[in-house]
Design a protein around this ligand. Structure first.
Ligand SMILES: Nc1nc2c(c(=O)[nH]1)N(C=O)[C@@H](CNc1ccc(C(=O)N[C@@H](CCC(=O)O)C(=O)O)cc1)CN2
Ligand SMILES: Nc1nc2c(ncn2[C@@H]2O[C@H](COP(=O)(O)OP(=O)(O)OP(=O)(O)O)[C@@H](O)[C@H]2O)c(=O)[nH]1
Ligand SMILES: [Mg+2]
Length: 458
Protein backbone atom coordinates (compact mmCIF):
# COMPACT_ATOMS: atom_id res chain seq x y z
CA UNK A 1 0.00 0.00 0.00
CA UNK A 2 1.31 3.46 -0.93
CA UNK A 3 1.16 5.61 2.19
CA UNK A 4 2.96 8.91 2.72
CA UNK A 5 5.04 9.79 5.76
CA UNK A 6 3.13 11.34 8.64
CA UNK A 7 4.21 13.09 11.84
CA UNK A 8 2.64 14.40 15.03
CA UNK A 9 3.38 15.18 18.65
CA UNK A 10 2.29 12.07 20.53
CA UNK A 11 2.42 13.44 24.06
CA UNK A 12 -0.13 15.81 25.64
CA UNK A 13 0.38 19.53 25.10
CA UNK A 14 1.78 21.54 27.98
CA UNK A 15 4.74 21.28 30.31
CA UNK A 16 6.19 17.84 30.89
CA UNK A 17 9.48 16.09 31.39
CA UNK A 18 9.71 14.69 27.88
CA UNK A 19 7.67 15.12 24.70
CA UNK A 20 7.64 12.68 21.79
CA UNK A 21 7.37 13.53 18.11
CA UNK A 22 6.42 10.45 16.14
CA UNK A 23 7.10 9.97 12.44
CA UNK A 24 5.76 7.00 10.45
CA UNK A 25 6.30 6.03 6.82
CA UNK A 26 8.96 5.21 4.25
CA UNK A 27 10.75 8.58 4.59
CA UNK A 28 10.93 8.58 8.41
CA UNK A 29 14.55 7.52 8.72
CA UNK A 30 15.74 9.80 5.90
CA UNK A 31 13.95 12.80 7.43
CA UNK A 32 15.44 12.12 10.86
CA UNK A 33 18.86 11.56 9.39
CA UNK A 34 18.92 15.02 7.77
CA UNK A 35 18.18 16.69 11.11
CA UNK A 36 20.18 14.51 13.48
CA UNK A 37 23.79 14.99 14.58
CA UNK A 38 25.25 12.28 16.80
CA UNK A 39 27.86 9.55 16.96
CA UNK A 40 26.20 7.34 14.42
CA UNK A 41 24.32 7.64 11.20
CA UNK A 42 20.69 6.71 11.87
CA UNK A 43 20.60 4.87 8.57
CA UNK A 44 23.13 2.34 9.90
CA UNK A 45 21.86 1.70 13.42
CA UNK A 46 20.00 -1.44 14.43
CA UNK A 47 16.23 -1.34 14.60
CA UNK A 48 14.61 -0.67 17.97
CA UNK A 49 17.57 1.27 19.32
CA UNK A 50 17.67 4.75 20.82
CA UNK A 51 20.37 7.37 20.22
CA UNK A 52 21.49 10.53 21.95
CA UNK A 53 22.29 13.57 19.85
CA UNK A 54 21.20 16.98 18.64
CA UNK A 55 18.76 18.14 16.02
CA UNK A 56 19.89 20.86 13.66
CA UNK A 57 18.26 23.04 11.07
CA UNK A 58 19.62 21.22 7.97
CA UNK A 59 19.97 24.44 5.96
CA UNK A 60 22.10 26.31 8.51
CA UNK A 61 23.37 23.49 10.72
CA UNK A 62 22.11 25.54 13.67
CA UNK A 63 21.32 23.39 16.74
CA UNK A 64 17.63 23.26 17.57
CA UNK A 65 17.31 20.64 20.31
CA UNK A 66 19.01 18.06 22.46
CA UNK A 67 17.27 14.75 21.81
CA UNK A 68 17.04 10.98 22.05
CA UNK A 69 15.94 9.40 18.78
CA UNK A 70 14.43 5.91 18.53
CA UNK A 71 14.67 4.04 15.25
CA UNK A 72 11.97 1.43 14.69
CA UNK A 73 12.08 -0.30 11.35
CA UNK A 74 9.15 -1.97 9.62
CA UNK A 75 7.46 -4.33 9.98
CA UNK A 76 7.68 -4.85 13.75
CA UNK A 77 6.29 -1.44 14.66
CA UNK A 78 3.03 0.08 15.85
CA UNK A 79 2.03 1.08 12.30
CA UNK A 80 4.03 -1.64 10.51
CA UNK A 81 5.85 1.18 8.69
CA UNK A 82 9.25 2.62 9.62
CA UNK A 83 8.86 4.77 12.71
CA UNK A 84 11.10 7.42 14.21
CA UNK A 85 10.36 8.71 17.69
CA UNK A 86 12.13 11.90 18.70
CA UNK A 87 12.22 12.44 22.46
CA UNK A 88 12.65 16.14 23.20
CA UNK A 89 12.64 18.19 26.40
CA UNK A 90 9.03 18.65 27.47
CA UNK A 91 7.33 21.95 26.85
CA UNK A 92 5.17 23.43 24.17
CA UNK A 93 7.87 25.27 22.26
CA UNK A 94 10.46 22.52 21.84
CA UNK A 95 7.97 19.90 20.68
CA UNK A 96 6.32 22.32 18.27
CA UNK A 97 9.64 23.47 16.89
CA UNK A 98 10.80 19.94 16.17
CA UNK A 99 7.45 19.04 14.60
CA UNK A 100 7.71 22.08 12.29
CA UNK A 101 11.19 21.00 11.29
CA UNK A 102 9.98 17.47 10.53
CA UNK A 103 7.15 18.87 8.42
CA UNK A 104 9.56 21.13 6.56
CA UNK A 105 11.71 18.10 5.83
CA UNK A 106 8.79 16.45 4.04
CA UNK A 107 6.44 14.72 6.48
CA UNK A 108 2.74 15.52 6.50
CA UNK A 109 0.96 16.42 9.73
CA UNK A 110 -0.97 13.33 10.83
CA UNK A 111 -4.70 13.48 11.30
CA UNK A 112 -6.12 12.44 14.67
CA UNK A 113 -5.78 8.69 15.06
CA UNK A 114 -3.86 8.31 11.84
CA UNK A 115 -1.05 6.19 13.32
CA UNK A 116 -3.60 3.73 14.61
CA UNK A 117 -5.41 3.93 11.29
CA UNK A 118 -2.15 2.93 9.59
CA UNK A 119 -1.90 -0.06 11.91
CA UNK A 120 -5.41 -0.97 10.74
CA UNK A 121 -4.78 -0.31 7.04
CA UNK A 122 -1.54 -2.28 7.21
CA UNK A 123 -3.43 -5.19 8.76
CA UNK A 124 -1.74 -5.26 12.18
CA UNK A 125 -5.03 -4.76 14.00
CA UNK A 126 -8.71 -4.81 13.08
CA UNK A 127 -11.23 -2.04 13.65
CA UNK A 128 -12.42 -3.34 17.03
CA UNK A 129 -8.82 -3.46 18.27
CA UNK A 130 -8.23 0.10 17.06
CA UNK A 131 -11.34 1.22 18.91
CA UNK A 132 -9.98 -0.56 21.97
CA UNK A 133 -6.80 1.52 21.76
CA UNK A 134 -8.92 4.65 22.05
CA UNK A 135 -10.97 3.16 24.88
CA UNK A 136 -7.76 2.47 26.78
CA UNK A 137 -6.83 6.14 26.60
CA UNK A 138 -10.29 7.19 27.73
CA UNK A 139 -10.69 4.54 30.44
CA UNK A 140 -11.50 6.08 33.82
CA UNK A 141 -11.35 2.97 35.99
CA UNK A 142 -9.32 -0.21 36.24
CA UNK A 143 -12.24 -2.27 35.03
CA UNK A 144 -12.83 -0.07 32.01
CA UNK A 145 -9.12 -0.33 31.24
CA UNK A 146 -9.23 -4.12 31.47
CA UNK A 147 -12.20 -4.31 29.12
CA UNK A 148 -10.38 -2.07 26.63
CA UNK A 149 -7.14 -4.03 26.90
CA UNK A 150 -8.86 -7.29 26.08
CA UNK A 151 -10.35 -5.63 23.04
CA UNK A 152 -6.90 -4.42 21.97
CA UNK A 153 -5.54 -7.93 22.42
CA UNK A 154 -8.12 -8.99 19.86
CA UNK A 155 -10.45 -11.15 21.91
CA UNK A 156 -13.61 -9.69 20.41
CA UNK A 157 -12.01 -9.68 16.97
CA UNK A 158 -11.27 -13.40 17.20
CA UNK A 159 -14.77 -14.22 18.38
CA UNK A 160 -16.34 -12.22 15.58
CA UNK A 161 -14.05 -13.81 13.02
CA UNK A 162 -15.03 -17.29 14.18
CA UNK A 163 -18.72 -16.42 13.92
CA UNK A 164 -18.19 -15.04 10.45
CA UNK A 165 -16.40 -18.12 9.23
CA UNK A 166 -19.19 -20.27 10.62
CA UNK A 167 -21.72 -18.21 8.66
CA UNK A 168 -19.53 -18.37 5.58
CA UNK A 169 -19.32 -22.11 5.85
CA UNK A 170 -23.10 -22.30 6.05
CA UNK A 171 -23.39 -20.12 2.94
CA UNK A 172 -20.78 -22.17 1.10
CA UNK A 173 -22.67 -25.36 1.73
CA UNK A 174 -25.85 -23.86 0.30
CA UNK A 175 -23.95 -22.75 -2.77
CA UNK A 176 -22.62 -26.22 -3.39
CA UNK A 177 -26.17 -27.44 -3.19
CA UNK A 178 -27.43 -24.84 -5.65
CA UNK A 179 -24.68 -25.72 -8.12
CA UNK A 180 -25.09 -29.46 -7.69
CA UNK A 181 -28.72 -30.05 -6.72
CA UNK A 182 -28.18 -33.79 -6.78
CA UNK A 183 -25.72 -33.37 -3.86
CA UNK A 184 -28.39 -32.97 -1.18
CA UNK A 185 -32.12 -32.58 -1.10
CA UNK A 186 -33.12 -28.97 -0.51
CA UNK A 187 -34.86 -29.85 2.75
CA UNK A 188 -31.68 -31.44 4.08
CA UNK A 189 -29.70 -28.34 3.14
CA UNK A 190 -32.23 -26.10 4.88
CA UNK A 191 -32.13 -28.16 8.07
CA UNK A 192 -28.38 -28.08 8.11
CA UNK A 193 -28.32 -24.33 7.51
CA UNK A 194 -30.83 -23.78 10.31
CA UNK A 195 -28.69 -25.71 12.72
CA UNK A 196 -25.54 -23.83 11.80
CA UNK A 197 -27.02 -20.35 12.06
CA UNK A 198 -28.86 -21.16 15.27
CA UNK A 199 -25.48 -21.96 16.82
CA UNK A 200 -24.15 -18.60 15.68
CA UNK A 201 -27.22 -16.87 17.06
CA UNK A 202 -26.65 -18.43 20.47
CA UNK A 203 -23.12 -17.11 20.52
CA UNK A 204 -24.29 -13.64 19.51
CA UNK A 205 -26.80 -13.77 22.36
CA UNK A 206 -24.03 -14.62 24.79
CA UNK A 207 -22.04 -11.64 23.61
CA UNK A 208 -25.05 -9.33 23.80
CA UNK A 209 -25.72 -10.49 27.36
CA UNK A 210 -22.54 -8.65 28.39
CA UNK A 211 -23.45 -5.47 26.54
CA UNK A 212 -25.32 -3.73 29.33
CA UNK A 213 -22.47 -3.99 31.82
CA UNK A 214 -19.87 -3.53 29.13
CA UNK A 215 -21.38 -0.24 28.06
CA UNK A 216 -21.47 0.98 31.64
CA UNK A 217 -17.83 0.05 32.13
CA UNK A 218 -16.85 1.89 29.00
CA UNK A 219 -18.98 5.01 29.21
CA UNK A 220 -19.69 5.42 32.90
CA UNK A 221 -23.16 5.30 34.36
CA UNK A 222 -24.99 8.63 34.18
CA UNK A 223 -26.12 9.06 37.77
CA UNK A 224 -28.23 12.00 38.91
CA UNK A 225 -28.49 12.97 42.58
CA UNK A 226 -31.88 14.53 43.03
CA UNK A 227 -34.07 15.67 45.90
CA UNK A 228 -35.63 18.70 47.49
CA UNK A 229 -33.41 21.65 48.44
CA UNK A 230 -31.12 21.23 51.43
CA UNK A 231 -31.51 17.47 51.90
CA UNK A 232 -27.76 16.89 51.38
CA UNK A 233 -27.32 16.20 47.65
CA UNK A 234 -24.09 18.18 47.32
CA UNK A 235 -22.81 16.63 50.55
CA UNK A 236 -23.44 13.24 48.94
CA UNK A 237 -21.59 14.25 45.78
CA UNK A 238 -18.62 15.39 47.87
CA UNK A 239 -18.65 12.18 49.90
CA UNK A 240 -18.53 10.00 46.79
CA UNK A 241 -15.95 12.15 45.04
CA UNK A 242 -13.98 12.44 48.30
CA UNK A 243 -13.40 16.10 47.65
CA UNK A 244 -15.17 19.37 48.38
CA UNK A 245 -16.28 19.61 44.81
CA UNK A 246 -19.74 21.10 45.37
CA UNK A 247 -20.62 24.03 47.60
CA UNK A 248 -22.51 22.94 50.71
CA UNK A 249 -24.36 25.46 52.89
CA UNK A 250 -27.38 25.39 55.17
CA UNK A 251 -29.18 27.67 52.71
CA UNK A 252 -31.78 25.81 50.64
CA UNK A 253 -31.14 26.48 46.95
CA UNK A 254 -27.34 26.53 47.23
CA UNK A 255 -26.66 24.49 44.11
CA UNK A 256 -27.82 26.43 41.09
CA UNK A 257 -26.20 24.62 38.22
CA UNK A 258 -25.65 21.00 37.33
CA UNK A 259 -22.21 19.74 38.44
CA UNK A 260 -20.59 16.70 36.86
CA UNK A 261 -17.74 14.49 38.15
CA UNK A 262 -16.43 11.03 37.31
CA UNK A 263 -16.12 8.72 40.29
CA UNK A 264 -15.15 5.13 40.68
CA UNK A 265 -17.53 3.33 43.03
CA UNK A 266 -16.15 -0.14 43.68
CA UNK A 267 -15.02 -0.32 40.08
CA UNK A 268 -18.26 1.00 38.61
CA UNK A 269 -17.49 4.24 36.80
CA UNK A 270 -20.18 6.82 37.53
CA UNK A 271 -20.72 10.05 35.75
CA UNK A 272 -22.12 11.68 38.85
CA UNK A 273 -24.39 14.69 38.47
CA UNK A 274 -25.27 16.95 41.40
CA UNK A 275 -28.40 18.94 40.69
CA UNK A 276 -30.23 21.93 42.07
CA UNK A 277 -32.88 21.01 44.63
CA UNK A 278 -36.19 20.56 42.88
CA UNK A 279 -38.95 22.87 44.15
CA UNK A 280 -41.34 25.56 42.97
CA UNK A 281 -39.44 28.81 43.00
CA UNK A 282 -39.73 32.37 41.79
CA UNK A 283 -35.99 32.99 41.82
CA UNK A 284 -34.96 33.35 38.16
CA UNK A 285 -31.57 31.65 38.54
CA UNK A 286 -32.88 28.84 40.70
CA UNK A 287 -35.74 28.27 38.27
CA UNK A 288 -33.24 27.58 35.46
CA UNK A 289 -31.33 25.30 37.83
CA UNK A 290 -34.48 23.32 38.60
CA UNK A 291 -35.16 23.02 34.87
CA UNK A 292 -31.64 21.64 34.36
CA UNK A 293 -32.14 19.21 37.22
CA UNK A 294 -35.20 17.83 35.48
CA UNK A 295 -33.21 17.46 32.27
CA UNK A 296 -30.38 15.63 34.10
CA UNK A 297 -33.01 13.41 35.64
CA UNK A 298 -34.49 12.41 32.32
CA UNK A 299 -31.04 11.60 30.86
CA UNK A 300 -29.91 9.56 33.86
CA UNK A 301 -29.39 5.80 33.94
CA UNK A 302 -29.37 5.76 37.72
CA UNK A 303 -31.10 8.12 40.15
CA UNK A 304 -30.03 8.67 43.70
CA UNK A 305 -33.02 10.25 45.42
CA UNK A 306 -32.10 11.94 48.69
CA UNK A 307 -34.62 12.45 51.51
CA UNK A 308 -34.16 14.32 54.78
CA UNK A 309 -34.98 12.08 57.77
CA UNK A 310 -35.32 15.18 59.88
CA UNK A 311 -38.38 16.40 57.98
CA UNK A 312 -41.76 14.92 57.24
CA UNK A 313 -42.35 13.76 53.67
CA UNK A 314 -43.76 16.54 51.53
CA UNK A 315 -45.86 16.55 48.38
CA UNK A 316 -42.68 17.46 46.53
CA UNK A 317 -40.98 14.28 47.76
CA UNK A 318 -43.94 12.24 46.60
CA UNK A 319 -43.90 13.96 43.23
CA UNK A 320 -40.21 13.04 42.90
CA UNK A 321 -41.00 9.40 43.61
CA UNK A 322 -43.60 9.56 40.86
CA UNK A 323 -41.08 10.99 38.35
CA UNK A 324 -38.50 8.29 39.01
CA UNK A 325 -40.95 5.46 38.68
CA UNK A 326 -39.42 4.08 35.48
CA UNK A 327 -35.81 4.60 36.53
CA UNK A 328 -33.17 2.55 38.26
CA UNK A 329 -33.04 4.27 41.61
CA UNK A 330 -31.52 4.13 45.04
CA UNK A 331 -33.11 6.08 47.88
CA UNK A 332 -30.92 7.71 50.49
CA UNK A 333 -32.39 8.69 53.83
CA UNK A 334 -29.96 11.32 55.07
CA UNK A 335 -29.44 13.29 58.29
CA UNK A 336 -30.11 10.30 60.51
CA UNK A 337 -28.03 12.00 63.20
CA UNK A 338 -30.91 14.45 63.75
CA UNK A 339 -34.28 13.76 65.30
CA UNK A 340 -36.30 11.48 63.09
CA UNK A 341 -39.35 13.32 61.76
CA UNK A 342 -40.01 11.32 58.64
CA UNK A 343 -42.76 8.70 58.78
CA UNK A 344 -40.55 5.74 58.02
CA UNK A 345 -43.28 3.30 57.10
CA UNK A 346 -44.73 5.81 54.64
CA UNK A 347 -41.24 6.34 53.21
CA UNK A 348 -40.71 2.58 52.87
CA UNK A 349 -43.99 2.27 50.99
CA UNK A 350 -42.83 4.85 48.49
CA UNK A 351 -39.41 3.22 48.18
CA UNK A 352 -40.97 -0.16 47.40
CA UNK A 353 -38.34 -2.75 46.51
CA UNK A 354 -35.63 -0.28 45.59
CA UNK A 355 -32.51 -0.22 47.72
CA UNK A 356 -32.82 2.13 50.69
CA UNK A 357 -29.69 3.38 52.40
CA UNK A 358 -29.57 5.49 55.54
CA UNK A 359 -26.76 7.99 55.93
CA UNK A 360 -25.48 10.79 58.02
CA UNK A 361 -23.29 12.58 55.58
CA UNK A 362 -22.36 15.07 58.25
CA UNK A 363 -20.92 12.25 60.36
CA UNK A 364 -19.65 10.40 57.29
CA UNK A 365 -21.83 7.39 58.06
CA UNK A 366 -23.49 5.08 55.55
CA UNK A 367 -21.35 6.01 52.55
CA UNK A 368 -19.90 2.52 52.32
CA UNK A 369 -23.45 1.07 52.28
CA UNK A 370 -24.41 3.39 49.47
CA UNK A 371 -21.38 2.37 47.45
CA UNK A 372 -22.20 -1.28 47.99
CA UNK A 373 -25.80 -0.70 46.90
CA UNK A 374 -24.69 1.00 43.69
CA UNK A 375 -22.22 -1.69 42.84
CA UNK A 376 -24.73 -4.49 43.57
CA UNK A 377 -27.33 -2.94 41.36
CA UNK A 378 -25.09 -3.28 38.31
CA UNK A 379 -22.62 -6.00 39.06
CA UNK A 380 -23.97 -8.95 40.97
CA UNK A 381 -21.11 -10.83 42.49
CA UNK A 382 -20.05 -13.65 40.24
CA UNK A 383 -21.25 -12.09 37.01
CA UNK A 384 -17.99 -10.36 36.51
CA UNK A 385 -14.89 -12.40 36.06
CA UNK A 386 -11.69 -11.81 34.21
CA UNK A 387 -12.75 -14.42 31.67
CA UNK A 388 -15.76 -12.44 30.53
CA UNK A 389 -15.34 -10.79 27.21
CA UNK A 390 -17.47 -7.65 27.43
CA UNK A 391 -18.98 -6.02 24.41
CA UNK A 392 -18.84 -2.39 25.43
CA UNK A 393 -18.99 -0.26 22.34
CA UNK A 394 -22.39 1.04 21.18
CA UNK A 395 -21.41 0.53 17.55
CA UNK A 396 -20.56 -3.12 18.16
CA UNK A 397 -23.74 -3.69 20.16
CA UNK A 398 -25.89 -2.21 17.40
CA UNK A 399 -24.21 -4.38 14.74
CA UNK A 400 -24.57 -7.52 16.86
CA UNK A 401 -28.26 -6.74 17.24
CA UNK A 402 -28.59 -6.26 13.50
CA UNK A 403 -26.81 -9.53 12.83
CA UNK A 404 -29.09 -11.26 15.29
CA UNK A 405 -32.20 -9.79 13.67
CA UNK A 406 -31.06 -10.88 10.21
CA UNK A 407 -30.36 -14.40 11.41
CA UNK A 408 -33.84 -14.44 12.88
CA UNK A 409 -35.23 -13.47 9.48
CA UNK A 410 -33.24 -16.26 7.91
CA UNK A 411 -34.60 -18.75 10.43
CA UNK A 412 -38.17 -17.55 9.86
CA UNK A 413 -37.70 -17.89 6.11
CA UNK A 414 -36.26 -21.37 6.55
CA UNK A 415 -39.17 -22.42 8.71
CA UNK A 416 -41.59 -21.02 6.12
CA UNK A 417 -39.86 -23.30 3.58
CA UNK A 418 -38.66 -20.41 1.48
CA UNK A 419 -36.21 -21.31 -1.27
CA UNK A 420 -32.81 -21.91 0.23
CA UNK A 421 -31.10 -19.21 -1.84
CA UNK A 422 -33.48 -16.64 -0.32
CA UNK A 423 -32.55 -17.75 3.17
CA UNK A 424 -28.94 -17.54 2.18
CA UNK A 425 -29.26 -13.82 1.38
CA UNK A 426 -30.17 -13.05 5.00
CA UNK A 427 -27.26 -15.12 6.26
CA UNK A 428 -24.95 -13.18 3.98
CA UNK A 429 -26.27 -9.91 5.44
CA UNK A 430 -25.62 -11.12 8.98
CA UNK A 431 -22.07 -11.97 7.88
CA UNK A 432 -21.69 -8.40 6.59
CA UNK A 433 -23.00 -6.84 9.81
CA UNK A 434 -20.43 -8.79 11.80
CA UNK A 435 -17.78 -7.77 9.29
CA UNK A 436 -18.45 -4.13 10.05
CA UNK A 437 -17.42 -4.69 13.66
CA UNK A 438 -13.94 -5.82 12.67
CA UNK A 439 -13.79 -3.39 9.74
CA UNK A 440 -13.78 -5.89 6.91
CA UNK A 441 -17.05 -4.78 5.40
CA UNK A 442 -17.02 -1.27 6.83
CA UNK A 443 -17.38 1.62 4.37
CA UNK A 444 -14.37 3.98 4.11
CA UNK A 445 -16.47 6.86 5.37
CA UNK A 446 -17.23 5.04 8.58
CA UNK A 447 -13.57 4.19 9.07
CA UNK A 448 -12.51 7.81 8.51
CA UNK A 449 -15.16 9.03 10.89
CA UNK A 450 -14.14 6.57 13.63
CA UNK A 451 -10.46 7.43 13.48
CA UNK A 452 -11.15 11.15 13.41
CA UNK A 453 -12.41 10.84 17.00
CA UNK A 454 -9.00 9.65 18.18
CA UNK A 455 -6.31 11.75 19.83
CA UNK A 456 -3.82 13.63 17.72
CA UNK A 457 -0.56 11.69 17.57
CA UNK A 458 -2.15 8.30 18.40
N1 LIG B 1 7.39 5.12 22.79
C1 LIG B 1 6.23 4.52 22.60
N2 LIG B 1 5.58 3.95 23.63
C2 LIG B 1 4.36 3.35 23.43
C3 LIG B 1 3.77 3.30 22.15
C4 LIG B 1 4.49 3.91 21.07
O1 LIG B 1 4.04 3.91 19.92
N3 LIG B 1 5.70 4.49 21.36
N4 LIG B 1 2.52 2.68 22.00
C5 LIG B 1 1.64 2.99 21.00
O2 LIG B 1 0.99 3.99 20.98
C6 LIG B 1 2.05 1.74 23.00
C7 LIG B 1 2.64 0.39 22.74
N5 LIG B 1 1.94 -0.26 21.70
C8 LIG B 1 2.55 -0.93 20.66
C9 LIG B 1 1.83 -1.92 20.03
C10 LIG B 1 2.44 -2.67 19.04
C11 LIG B 1 3.77 -2.42 18.68
C12 LIG B 1 4.46 -3.27 17.68
O3 LIG B 1 5.56 -2.95 17.26
N6 LIG B 1 3.90 -4.37 17.24
C13 LIG B 1 4.47 -5.25 16.26
C14 LIG B 1 5.63 -6.08 16.75
C15 LIG B 1 5.70 -6.38 18.19
C16 LIG B 1 6.93 -7.24 18.53
O4 LIG B 1 8.05 -6.72 18.51
O5 LIG B 1 6.71 -8.42 18.78
C17 LIG B 1 3.40 -6.15 15.71
O6 LIG B 1 2.39 -6.36 16.36
O7 LIG B 1 3.61 -6.61 14.59
C18 LIG B 1 4.43 -1.38 19.29
C19 LIG B 1 3.83 -0.63 20.29
C20 LIG B 1 2.39 2.25 24.36
N7 LIG B 1 3.75 2.76 24.48
N1 LIG C 1 -27.21 17.21 60.53
C1 LIG C 1 -26.88 16.89 59.28
N2 LIG C 1 -26.71 17.85 58.38
C2 LIG C 1 -26.39 17.52 57.12
C3 LIG C 1 -26.21 16.18 56.74
N3 LIG C 1 -25.91 16.15 55.42
C4 LIG C 1 -25.87 17.43 54.99
N4 LIG C 1 -26.17 18.27 56.03
C5 LIG C 1 -26.25 19.72 56.01
O1 LIG C 1 -27.39 20.11 55.27
C6 LIG C 1 -27.14 21.35 54.62
C7 LIG C 1 -27.45 21.22 53.15
O2 LIG C 1 -26.52 20.33 52.55
P1 LIG C 1 -26.24 20.33 50.98
O3 LIG C 1 -25.38 19.18 50.71
O4 LIG C 1 -25.81 21.68 50.54
O5 LIG C 1 -27.71 20.07 50.47
P2 LIG C 1 -28.27 20.12 48.95
O6 LIG C 1 -29.30 19.07 48.87
O7 LIG C 1 -27.15 20.05 48.01
O8 LIG C 1 -28.95 21.53 48.91
P3 LIG C 1 -29.31 22.44 47.65
O9 LIG C 1 -28.11 22.49 46.77
O10 LIG C 1 -29.61 23.73 48.25
O11 LIG C 1 -30.48 21.81 47.00
C8 LIG C 1 -25.71 21.70 54.91
O12 LIG C 1 -25.68 22.62 55.98
C9 LIG C 1 -25.09 20.37 55.30
O13 LIG C 1 -23.99 20.52 56.17
C10 LIG C 1 -26.40 15.16 57.72
O14 LIG C 1 -26.27 13.97 57.48
N5 LIG C 1 -26.73 15.59 58.96
MG1 LIG D 1 -26.54 21.34 46.56
Amino acid sequence: MELDTIAAISTPPGEGAIAIIRISGDDSVAIAERMYRGNQNLRDVDSHTIHYGHLVQPATNETVEEVMVTVLRAPKTFTRDDIIEINVHGGVVSADRVLQLVLTEGARLAEPGEFTKRAFLNGRIDLSQAEGVMDMIRAKTDRAMNVAMKQVEGRLARQIKTLRSELLEAIAHVEVNIDYPEYDAESVTLKRLEKQITAVQTEIDQLLATAHQGKILREGLATAIIGRPNVGKSSLMNALVQDNRAIVTEIPGTTRDVLEEYVNVKGVPLRLIDTAGIRETEDVVEKIGVERSRQALSDAELIVLVLNANETLTEEDKALFATIEDFNAIVVLNKTDLKKEIDESEARDLVGDRPLVTTSLLKEEGIEDLEAAISHLFFDEGVEGTEINYVSNTRHIALLNQAKATINEALDAAQADMPVDMVQIDVKRAWEHLGEIVGETAPDQLIDQLFSQFCLGK
